[in-house]
Design a protein around this ligand. Structure first.
Ligand code: ARG
Length: 461
């Protein structure tokens, strides 16, 4: 025998370059234990269909358990001559149970339904771990929000001063997208929980095997209703790549804020030594490498998603070998997030915030102008007029090089007849923040509530 899975029809083996192109053990070996679990379930289906007798079934199951042990211990590894994980493991099984019994495992299945099932099993396991790592970042953000409750900062739109907000409000605003990412992973898991095993090459099996039995053995909720779809679909892998990319993008946006906050010009926060790096030439430097790598890896994760979608777009049904190209991008995405998420969690948890500096900057850029307008509206002035008066107040201050907080009772009638001294009470950062007390607003009472709400949602994820 050639040792390959398709000896009979061929006179010779593949050329070296063909084999090198085809080979996938260098990346699909990580699916080995899922493959063996699939084979054990498949052996049960063969037994139920009367294709293995009781002795053969017992020997097969023991042989596969032994193979799993050898894979885990590193005793059995893919050989240079193995094309993929499936072929290598069949070779390994035959070494244990002999060629006759080992040669029976492949009945009624194909590498097409095998790989489609294994990648789903693998992703179900991995996204559970990714969700835990995402939760650790949420934990770090929530912890900082709780520890810094009450600290004010400038809120920005277009990166320009807009209105003062609470730092905790801003930190929690980075936590909610990550909550949704975990929900996306949970949701995806429900769709991944459908087993393609039993679809065989494309048309299903003729040997009386039960796809439902295999699905149940492997912890799937059900088996696929269509064998073509079961073997050819990779939308679920693309969906996983999307969620990984979205997590990357969410970490990247958080990181961009951290990078800005840690500049001398902002001076809002300082990174802990353990989560930053120095420069080999500039002794004063403390660089936000974690945040920068998060930003950089987000680009890579987006590339993995778009590459996979491009691979899929022109494929006719059913299986095509192009589908082998789904593995490296999705494995890479998983691997990148496994190293990135703990680092981002550590960086966030150990940031030191400079409350005085943030409070000093909060009223700059006339960020209290909306508070003048809102005050006038409460006094019965139409908003269009109030907006105009607030704008005139800004111009008045600009001309005199003072801030809105510097305005005195004497200034007011010179700006507008509508302005009463009561407006001076709202022209403080604390007054401004406290006044935004509708649900979801930045008032301290609302932000404290929000932190509690986040904790409750987090506990249910
Ligand atoms: N390595 C292949 C993949 O990842 C497994 C299926 C191969 N099937 C085949 N007929 N060559 O898609």
């Amino acid at each position: 025998s050639t040792g390959r899975l398709w000896g009979g029809r061929f006179e010779g083996g593949p050329s070296d370059a063909m084999f090198a192109l085809s080979k996938s053990t260098q990346f699909d070996w990580r699916l080995a234990l899922h493959d063996i679990a699939g084979s054990r379930a498949h052996a049960k289906a063969l037994t139920a269909a009367g294709l293995l007798d009781a002795d053969q079934a017992a020997a097969m199951d023991q042989g596969l358990a032994e193979l799993a042990r050898r894979v885990e211990s590193g005793e059995f590894v893919a050989a240079e001559s193995d094309e993929d994980v499936h072929g290598a493991l069949e070779r390994g099984l035959k070494e244990i149970v002999g060629d006759d019994l080992g040669g029976r495992i492949r009945a009624g299945r194909s590498r097409n339904d095998q790989i489609a099932t294994l990648i789903r099993s693998y992703l179900r396991e991995e996204i559970r771990l990714i969700a835990q790592d995402v939760d650790a970042v949420i934990e770090a953000l929530a912890g900082q929000a709780e520890a810094n409750l009450g600290a004010v900062m400038p809120g920005r739109t277009h990166l320009q001063s807009a209105q003062p907000i609470l730092l905790s409000h801003h930190l929690l605003a980075h936590a909610w997208p990550l909550v949704r990412d975990i929900e996306r992973l949970r949701d995806l898991d429900r769709r991944l929980s459908v087993s393609p095993y039993g679809s065989a090459a494309l048309a299903g099996t003729s040997l009386g095997l039960s796809p439902e039995l295999v699905a149940g053995e492997l912890g799937f909720a059900s088996s696929v209703p269509n064998s073509l779809d079961g073997t050819a679909a990779r939308d679920l892998i693309a969906e996983a790549a999307y969620v990984l990319a979205q997590i990357g993008v969410d970490l990247s946006r958080l990181s961009e804020d951290v990078i800005l906050w840690c500049t001398a010009e902002f001076g809002f926060a300082t990174l802990s030594d353990a989560w930053s790096t120095g420069s080999s030439i500039m002794p004063q430097k403390k660089n936000p490498d974690v945040a920068e790598l998060a930003r950089g890896k987000a680009g890579r994760l987006i590339g993995n998603l778009t590459g996979l979608l491009a691979t899929l777009k022109g494929l006719p049904l059913a299986y095509n070998r192009d589908l082998q190209e789904d593995k490296e991008p999705i494995f890479d995405g998983i691997d990148q997030l496994h190293v990135l998420l703990p680092a981002v969690a550590g960086m966030v948890a150990t940031l030191t915030f400079h409350h005085d500096r943030m409070a000093e900057v909060a009223p700059r850029g006339f960020s209290l102008a909306t508070d003048i307008a809102d005050h006038l509206v409460r006094e019965g002035v139409p908003f269009a007029v109030a907006h105009e008066v607030a704008g005139e107040s800004v111009r008045y201050c600009e001309e005199r090089d003072i801030t809105l907080q510097d305005l005195t009772a004497e200034d007011l009638p010179r700006i507008s007849e509508h302005l009463d001294p009561g407006v001076l009470d709202v022209l403080t950062v604390d007054g401004s923040v406290a006044s935004r007390d509708g649900r979801g607003g930045t008032a301290p009472v609302r932000v404290a509530e929000q932190a509690v709400e986040l904790r409750a949602v987090q506990a249910r994820l």
